[in-house]
Each structure stands twice: as C-alpha cells, then as structure tokens.
Design a binder for this molecule. Structure first.
Ligand SMILES: C[S@@+](CC[C@H](N)C(=O)[O-])C[C@H]1O[C@@H](n2cnc3c(N)ncnc32)[C@H](O)[C@@H]1O
Length: 382
C-alpha cells in the first residue's frame, strides 16, 4: 500500500465530506492534510478522481518517513531524494515547520553539484509552490511535513488542482450577477460531489440535478461537468436568461453535450409538468436575504427566509423522485447577542419526508454577516 495525501482547501470540513462522498475514505493527518491508503497500481485512477474534486488543492504521495530526524540531516535527505533525477528543476515546501529554519535550496543545489548533478530550483513560499506555478512548470516538488514532534514525512506532489480551469468557469462565463451573490464554482462542485455520493447510497438511477434558485447557474455548470442532466429555475427572468447563456458557453468552451432545461418560476409554485423529468437531486443555494442586514433587520429577514424555505420543501415533495437527495445552504447569523438560523424547520420538514443525513457543515467567508450551513437531506415519500 502507498500513502497519498490530499491538501485541502479553505473549507477543510467540507472538503473531507466531499472526499468521503467520493469513496476516498481516510483520516485527517493534520489540519488540512487528509491521508488515504491505496495500492500503487491505483495511482493513475486516484489522480483522475482528484481532478474531479472542488475542495482539494494538491495530491501528494509519501516517499519517505522519518522518526526523530535530526534537523542537521534534513538537507542531506532532501538532496538524496533529488539525486535520483536527471538535471532536476526542484522546489521544496515545508508544512508545520514554522519554528524551524527554512531549508536552504542553494545548499541543496550545491550538494547535488558535488555529486555531479546539475539542477535548478524555484523559490517557493514556505508551504510550497502555488497551483498556478506548478501547472506551467516541469518541477519536482518535495513537501516536508512535520506530522508530530518525532515524525516527519517527505511527500512528492503528484497532481495539482487545475486553477486555470476553475478561474475560467468563475471569471470568464458570460453572465454574472455579483450583487446577488454567486457560489464559488469549487463550493458548487463540492456540493454536487456530496449529492452524487449520497444519491449512490439510496438509488442506482442516473443523476438529474435540479437547482430551483439557479441564479447564474453555477451549480448547474458543475453538475453538467460531471455528466448529470440538469434543470434550473429562478424567479428572476435575467437569471434564467443568464444561466441559459452560461450553459451554452459551457457546452461550447468544453466541447461537451449539455442536457439542460432552465425556466422562470417561483420556488413555491413550480409544477411537475414544468420539469422534463423528476429530479433525484436538488442542489441549491437559495435566496439568503440581503447581503449585509443590520442587527435589527435580522429577526424579520430570518422569519421571511423560514417561510420561503418551508414553502420550497413543501413544493419539492410533488416534484422529486422517491429516494432523492437535497444538498442545500441554510443561512446562519451570530451578532454577538443572538443567533439566527433556520434549524427550527428541521423538525417540520421531517414530517414531510426529509431527514438530515449528517450534521451540517459550516461554510462562510471571514467577516460575513450571513454565514452558510450546508445541509444534506434524504427524501422518502411518506
Ligand atoms: C444566492 S442566489 C443563487 C446564486 C447561484 N447559486 C449562483 O451561483 O449564481 C439566489 C437566487 O434565488 C432567486 N430567488 C429569490 N427568491 C426566489 C423565489 N421565491 N423563487 C425562486 N427563486 C428565487 C434569486 O433571483 C437569486 O437568483
């Protein structure tokens, strides 16, 4: 068995959920490092799986484990590792070694030269090279990880998230409405992967993803990239036109067949005959109220959202296939004195056939007044 490490993005809890949903069971080695054991023969398949994830930044493979490694020997081992390559261009990243001196790459280059090996290095930030640099350079990157006081790992970078591709879908799609708030594509992808994983547990039908608050179509795009049939609707006609344009752009840019239907509707009044087929997955970021409500507006804002969300769950009973999954964002706000959330609807929707499949996962931008909880429900017709 080989040991592989996933370096997680900014929302590690959500990233782990995504990994588990993709049947990549493992354990957290340290914050933001998730360890998976696999047969050496599975490496190529693992790289392919990694490329489908929204929440993992790098895939590493452990190439050395040391117990009680003396600091003065560290450079020697890094040099020995790099000496196996012919004229390497190398970089070294260091994790959890903030209190130790930085490994000096000039010393390593010199030591390699003394062994007759010419090399070049790229100076990296302490944690290693960014995805943008790694994507465009042939480079052997070694990451030195201090797992505990006594244990140090050497891991080589096997694959890196295709940051150009994520930026393309985030920034280059023709329609965007930043005032309304858009999901980052990586978060939408994690929600889709989590939904697909949960769906696999309850049904063997092909995924039909519905986003009834589709906005600019971020969820629809990520679901389509993974081959799902997608349906979107929104109250706002501009969003309907915009996400239709975005889906056409996706099909064009990625040269892929996209099976999508998008229409205008109030979430509480959608009829089954407006959908081509019954969805088995709802993945959605609903209306979350205004972006910066004042503290005295919060009670009203949350009352309004409670009504909207309940109305939506009531309506979805008439649209969803039996054994469906819902991955949905609930707003949450903590203003120091009071906590506002929609958790009060959990019991109410349980009587409608929706059961939470796990604890919610918190996802929020720093300083955001309205934070987001990602919930997953299973729907079974009562
Ligand atoms: C937070 S945005 C969703 C953004 C989307 N996830 C994206 O990345 O572009 C919420 C959307 O809900 C829509 N909306 C608000 N009230 C609605 C309702 N009652 N029925 C359907 N859509 C509604 C808004 O027009 C808006 O596009």
């Amino acid at each position: 068995m080989d040991t592989f490490l996933f370096l997680l993005g900014r929302t590690p809890e959500l990233s782990v959920r995504e990994l588990v949903s993709c049947q990549l069971e493992g354990k957290l080695l340290r914050d933001q490092i998730y360890q998976v054991e696999r047969d050496a023969a599975d490496e190529a398949a693992l790289i392919e799986q990694f490329q489908q994830l929204g929440g993992s930044l790098k895939l590493l493979k452990v190439v050395g484990q040391f117990t009680d490694l003396a600091e003065e020997d560290l450079s020697k081992y890094v040099t020995a590792y790099l000496a196996q390559f012919d004229r390497p261009t190398f970089a070294v990243g260091e994790l959890f070694r903030e209190t130790f001196p930085k490994i000096q790459l000039t010393d390593i280059k010199q030591a390699l030269k003394e062994q007759g090996i010419s090399s070049r290095f790229i100076d990296a930030p302490r944690e290693g090279l960014s995805a943008a640099v790694l994507l465009h350079q042939e480079v052997e990157e070694l990451i030195v990880i201090r797992v505990s006081e006594s244990q140090t790992l050497f891991a080589k970078t096997l694959a890196v998230q295709d940051i150009d591709d994520w930026t393309r879908r985030d920034r280059e799609k023709p329609y965007a409405d930043r005032k309304k708030g858009m999901l980052p594509p990586k978060v939408a992808r994690m929600m889709v992967n989590i939904g697909l994983g949960e769906l696999n547990k309850v049904s063997d039908t092909a995924p039909v993803v519905y986003d009834p608050f589709c906005g600019s179509g971020t969820v629809l795009m990520e679901a389509a990239c993974l081959g799902a049939t997608v349906i979107g609707s929104d109250l706002d006609q501009n969003s309907v036109a915009g996400s239709t344009t975005n889906m056409e752009w996706l099909a064009d840019t990625y040269q892929m067949d996209v099976d999508s239907t998008i229409f205008q509707a109030d979430v509480t009044h959608v009829h089954a005959d407006q959908l081509d087929q019954a969805p088995n997955l709802i993945i959605t970021e609903p209306f979350l109220g205004k972006q910066k409500p004042t503290p005295h507006q919060l009670p009203n804002v949350f009352r309004g959202m409670e009504k909207l969300y309940l109305g939506a769950f009531r309506q979805w009973r008439h649209l969803l296939a039996d054994n469906s999954i819902i991955v949905i964002i609930f707003p949450l706000s903590q203003d120091g004195k009071n906590n506002y959330s929609l958790e009060s609807i959990i019991d109410k929707i349980a009587t409608l056939g929706y059961t939470a499949t796990s604890e919610p996962c918190l996802y929020h931008r720093p300083q955001a007044v309205i934070q987001r909880q990602i919930w997953t429900f299973k729907f079974k017709k009562p």
